[in-house]
Design a protein around this ligand. Structure first.
Ligand SMILES: [Zn+2]
Length: 249
């Protein structure tokens, strides 16, 4: 159930049953000329909606904004910064702990959020089990065909499965990555491969790819079926995980 539909008395009673709280965290940021600014927000929100009606699960409203300083060259990319996300998340977790919650699953939709989420979660980890699930990473582990990058076929298909009409594949641009040398090649917006290892190169995304998408799965192949199958696989994993997590005190 959604916390917003409960009274404080109902919530107080529910917390006595040691519920699992779930919290989606996203980002409003560029996803190429073809996919939407809300990509990282609507996917974890959708996944939480698939599991929030499981018995003894309570969903918190999503945090839509995230940490994306490297997208600042694109309109509509809101970076609330590490401190912004850290502070919001700290206050939310501090409060649910005060109310007696002992289990939280964060479903994250954006890699840039990871440092803040992990720091807050670790600092507040006493007397609560905080689980973080990066949905895109999990999807790639469940089936390697889903393993993708930023606004490529993986994320774009997921958006199409949730809201098909918002994706505009007709506006898709070719990926033209500006690598810093012939042999140091970006694999995403930060990581670059050199020989048999990888390094991180810190740049604003606009300097690397004019259009904004980076990935190994071309978004031109995005489709509803691929997105639905992937989101179903992730949802089924979440359902199984919740059953196991319920056994934890
Ligand atoms: Zn994304």
């Amino acid at each position: 159930m959604k916390i917003e539909d409960l009274t404080w008395k109902e919530l107080e009673k529910s917390i006595k049953n040691n519920p699992i709280f779930i919290l989606p965290i996203g980002s409003i940021e560029q996803h190429g000329s073809h996919s939407t600014l809300g990509t990282d927000y609507i996917i974890p929100k959708y996944l939480c909606e698939q599991i929030e009606n499981i018995e003894n699960v309570i969903s918190l409203p999503a945090i839509p904004y995230g940490v994306c300083p490297y997208h600042k060259g694109f309109p509509g990319s809101f970076d609330i910064g590490y401190n912004g996300l850290f502070n919001i998340l700290y206050k939310i977790i501090e409060k649910i702990k005060q109310d007696g919650v002992k289990k939280l699953i964060i479903i994250n939709g954006h890699g840039g959020n990871t440092p803040a989420i992990e720091d807050v979660g670790t600092i507040l980890s006493e007397n609560i089990n905080i689980v973080v699930i990066d949905w895109w990473r999990l999807a790639g582990e469940l089936n390697p065909i889903y393993k993708g990058g930023h606004a490529d076929k993986q994320e774009t298909s997921a958006v199409m499965a949730i809201k098909e009409n918002v994706v505009k594949l007709e506006f898709l641009k070719n990926q033209d990555i500006k690598n810093i040398s012939e042999n140091i090649k970006f694999s995403d917006s930060i990581n670059a491969n050199f020989k048999n290892g990888s390094v991180k190169i810190l740049k604003n995304m606009k300097e690397i790819v004019e259009d904004g998408w980076v990935g190994n799965l071309n978004p031109k192949d995005s489709n509803v079926e691929f997105g639905k199958n992937m989101l179903n696989d992730v949802t089924n994993y979440l359902i199984d995980f919740i059953e196991e997590f319920k056994k934890v005190d």
